[in-house]
Ligand binder design. Structure first.
Ligand code: NAD
Length: 450
C-alpha cells in the first residue's frame, strides 16, 4: 500500500461532468495565446518536479526509475508541443470554384472530452490527451486506470498550479469503469471520448459513443512485427529489438510482439539477444543495477506463464527464462523463445510482458505476409542496411507507424495511432489537436460590384 484514493460512484462522476462543463464555457472563449502560456507553465512545472513524478510512476506501476524519468520527459513533451500548436489554429480560406462566394473554414473546440487512460504510461497517456484538449479549448474529465491514479492526480495538480482554471480538468478515480462510461458517455454535455487501452474495451466504448454520436479517438492494442533482414547491422538490430521488446518490461502497445528474423542472420541475432536478456537483473525498479522491473500484477504472471507453456507445447524452443523467479512479487524472468510457430497464442495476441518470441523466415514476401496476418496494425519495425528494402517493406507493413532501424519510434511531433483494430485517430503532432476540434465553415456570398 503506497496511498489511498477515493473510489467514486456514478453520481460523483456526473457531478464532475457538470463542473467541467461550467468551467469549459469561459475556457473556450480564452485566446490561444493565453492557453499556450498556461501549457508552457505546466510544462515547466512537470520538468521542475520530474524526479518526484518519476518516483511516483515507478512506485505505482513498477517500471525502472530510469524509464520513469524517460517517461516524464516524453510525457512533458506533449505539453510543450501543444503549447506550441495552440497558437497555430489551422483556419482556412478558399474561393468557391464557380465564383461568387468565399468559403471560410474555422476550427472550434469539440467540447467536453472524456479521457480514459491505461496504466502502462501513467503520465504520457494522460498528457497526450489533456494537453491537446486544453490547447483546443475543451474541458476534460479524465479517468486513469485504477492501478495508477497517483501520477494523473499529481500532474493535474501541477496543471492547476500552472494556471489551469479550477474545475476545468476533473479526475475521476473509480473501480467501476463500466458504470462510469455508461453514465458519462450518455450525458448530452459530453461531446468527445478519447480512449487508450485494449481493443476489447475500445469496442465497448465505441458502441456507447454511438448513442450520443461522440467524436471518438481510440488508441488500442497492437501485435507489432519486427523484421530483421540478413543485411541488417547485427548490433543495431539487437539494440533495436531489445528496446522495442523490453522497454517497460514489454508492457507497451508498440512492443515487438513477433520478432521475424531472416535465416542468414538468425543464429547470430538469437545468440546476441539471449545474452542481453540473461544479463538482466530482475527486481524492484527503484533499486540500482536492476534491468527488469515487475509486471503489473499476479494475473499478468499467470497469463505469461500460460503463453510460454502454450508456445513450447506447440514446438517453440525455450532458450532462457520462461517462468516467475523464486523471490516474492509480480516478476517474470526475461524470456526468449525461438522457432515460435505462427499459431502459438503469443503470436496471435498481445504478450504485454518480457517474452521475446522469435520466428524465422527465408523470403521477404513470406515475412510481410506473416507480419500482416493479424487484426491489429499499430506498430511495425524493419531492420536492414538497404534503404530501398527499408522503404519497400515499410510501405507494405499494414501498421500506423514503422520504426526503421529504430526500436523506440514514438515522438510528440509524430502522429501516433493504429490501422485496422488498433484504433481510430492520431495522438501527437498537429493531427492530435484536430481530434479535439470541429471544423465549421462560413459561406460568404459576394455580390459583383459595378
Ligand atoms: P484496459 O483496456 O483494460 O484498460 C484501459 C482503461 O480502460 C483503464 O482506465 C480501465 O479502467 C478502463 N476501462 C476498462 N473497462 C472499461 C469500461 N467498460 N468503460 C470505461 N473504461 C473502462 O487496458 P490496460 O490493461 O489498462 O492497458 C493495456 C492495453 O492498452 C493494451 O491492450 C495496450 O496495447 C493498450 N495501449 C494502447 C496504446 C496506444 O496508444 N494504442 C497505448 C498504451 C496502451
Amino acid at each position: 500500500m503506497i496511498a489511498q484514493v477515493p473510489d467514486l460512484g456514478v453520481q460523483h462522476a456526473l457531478e464532475t461532468v457538470a463542473h467541467a462543463d461550467e468551467a469549459g464555457q469561459s475556457w473556450a472563449a480564452t485566446t490561444a495565446r493565453h492557453r499556450a502560456d498556461i501549457l508552457h507553465a505546466w510544462y515547466d512545472l512537470i520538468l521542475g518536479n520530474a524526479e518526484m513524478i518519476a518516483l511516483l510512476i515507478t512506485r505505482e506501476m513498477g517500471k525502472l526509475l530510469a524509464e520513469a524519468r524517460a517517461e516524464v520527459s516524453y510525457g512533458a513533451d506533449f505539453v510543450r508541443w501543444y503549447a506550441e500548436e495552440a497558437v497555430r489554429p489551422a483556419g482556412n480560406f478558399r474561393d468557391a470554384p464557380a465564383g461568387g462566394a468565399q468559403l471560410i473554414t474555422r476550427r472550434a473546440p469539440v467540447g467536453l472530452s472524456v479521457l480514459i487512460t491505461p496504466w502502462n504510461f501513467p503520465l504520457a497517456m494522460a498528457t497526450r490527451k489533456i494537453a491537446p484538449a486544453l490547447a483546443a479549448g475543451c474541458p476534460v474529465v479524465i479517468k486513469p486506470a485504477p492501478n495508477t491514479p497517483l501520477t494523473t492526480i499529481f500532474a493535474v495538480q501541477l496543471a492547476l498550479a500552472a494556471g489551469v482554471p479550477e474545475n476545468l480538468v476533473q479526475v475521476v478515480t473509480t473501480t467501476e469503469a463500466p458504470a462510469f462510461s455508461s453514465a458519462v458517455l450518455a450525458d448530452p454535455r459530453v461531446r468527445k471520448v478519447s480512449f487508450t487501452g485494449s481493443t476489447a474495451v475500445g469496442k465497448v466504448l465505441l458502441r456507447l459513443a454511438a448513442d450520443n454520436v461522440l467524436k471518438s479517438s481510440m488508441e488500442l492494442g497492437g501485435n507489432a512485427p519486427l523484421l530483421v533482414f540478413d543485411n541488417a547491422d547485427l548490433e543495431r538490430a539487437v539494440d533495436g529489438a531489445f528496446a522495442a521488446k523490453m522497454r517497460n518490461g514489454g508492457q507497451s502497445c508498440i512492443a515487438a510482439n513477433r520478432i521475424l528474423v531472416q535465416d542468414g542472420i538468425a543464429d547470430a541475432f538469437v545468440d546476441a539477444l539471449t545474452d542481453r536478456l540473461v544479463a538482466l537483473n530482475v527486481g524492484n525498479g527503484l533499486a540500482p543495477g536492476v534491468g527488469l522491473g515487475p509486471v503489473i500484477d499476479h494475473n499478468a504472471v499467470t497469463r505469461l506463464t500460460g503463453l510460454v507453456e502454450d508456445a513450447t507445447r506447440r514446438g517453440a524452443h525455450l532458450l532462457t527464462g520462461g517462468s516467475a523467479p523464486s523471490h516474492p512479487g509480480t516478476f517474470f524472468e526475461p524470456t526468449l523463445l525461438d522457432h515460435v510457430p505462427s499459431d502459438a497464442d503469443l503470436a496471435r495476441s498481445e504478450i504485454f510482458g518480457p517474452i521475446a518470441a522469435i520466428q524465422r523466415f527465408s523470403h521477404q514476401d513470406e515475412a510481410i505476409a506473416r507480419a500482416n496476418d493479424t487484426e491489429h496494425g499499430l506498430a511495425g519495425y524493419v531492420f536492414t542496411e538497404n534503404v530501398d528494402r527499408a522503404f519497400n517493406v515499410a510501405d507494405q507493413l499494414a501498421t500506423g507507424l514503422v520504426g526503421i532501424n529504430q526500436g523506440v519510434p514514438s515522438n510528440a511531433a509524430a502522429p501516433f495511432g493504429g490501422l485496422k483494430q488498433s484504433g481510430l485517430g492520431r495522438e501527437g503532432s498537429s493531427e492530435g489537436l484536430e481530434e479535439y476540434e470541429e471544423i465549421r465553415y462560413y459561406n460568404l456570398q459576394l455580390r459583383p460590384t459595378a
